[in-house]
Design a protein around this ligand. Structure first.
Ligand code: IMP
Length: 196
């Protein structure tokens, strides 16, 4: 069986990709290859960060690898938080602070100008070649939180394609069917399956 490293220690992401590649590939996480350091993510774009992480794994461990990076792009904030989504509120991975900052900055923004999108970039380094994949979902930023599911900015993001609910009000499989990451991962999986 071929081996592919996903440059993450997020158990949820690893389980999702293992399920989708069902038995065709052995998917290893960073801990599985003995990588316990924080891989630098200092590029100015999500594409750059995804590439940085994938190259790090190839250079240090010599294994084919893919990596994903996601950003929420809010038009009224000039595309912010974008590549800064994880630590927008000042503390890494503190979603409540991140949301508080977005709602504060957008307090005066009228309904018609609250457009936004989630974008996921995936970079695959396989057999010495680089392949890029992207997934995106358009939506609106609400003025307050709705729902308790999901994570990150889910409770203030209302996808255009839905029925008015936020991502935090949807079941996981409903969100994955239209989400940025679901779409990017689907494109990656389709490509990998063609190779097999
Ligand atoms: P990552 O690149 O997957 O680590 O995502 C970076 C940041 O974007 C996360 O820390 C979250 O704040 C946000 N984010 C990523 N994906 C989602 C999502 O599906 N819903 C809400 N927020 C997300």
């Amino acid at each position: 069986m071929k081996t592919l490293v996903m440059a993450t220690n997020n158990a949820h992401k690893l389980a999702e990709i293992r399920e989708m590649l069902g038995g065709e590939y052995e998917i290893l996480g960073l801990a599985d290859v003995g990588c316990n350091e924080d891989i630098p993510e200092t590029a100015p774009t999500i594409e750059g960060n995804a590439e940085m992480k994938a190259r790090y794994v190839l250079e240090h461990y010599g294994l084919d690898c893919f990596s994903d990076d996601t950003g929420l792009e809010i038009d009224a904030l000039g595309g912010e938080p974008g590549v800064h989504s994880a630590r927008y509120g000042g503390v890494a991975h503190d979603s409540e602070r991140n949301i508080d900052k977005v709602l504060r900055l957008m307090a005066e923004v009228p309904a018609g100008r609250r457009t936004a999108r989630f974008r996921t970039a995936i970079v695959l380094l396989q057999s010495g070649r680089l392949h890029r994949f992207e997934g995106r979902v358009e939506g609106r930023i609400l003025t307050e939180r709705h729902g308790t599911g999901g994570f990150g900015y889910d409770s203030i993001f209302q996808p255009v394609e839905g029925d008015g609910r936020t991502f935090a009000q949807m079941a996981g499989n409903e969100k994955n069917a239209i989400s940025h990451r679901g779409r990017a991962v689907a494109a990656l999986v389709q490509f990998i399956k063609q190779q097999a």
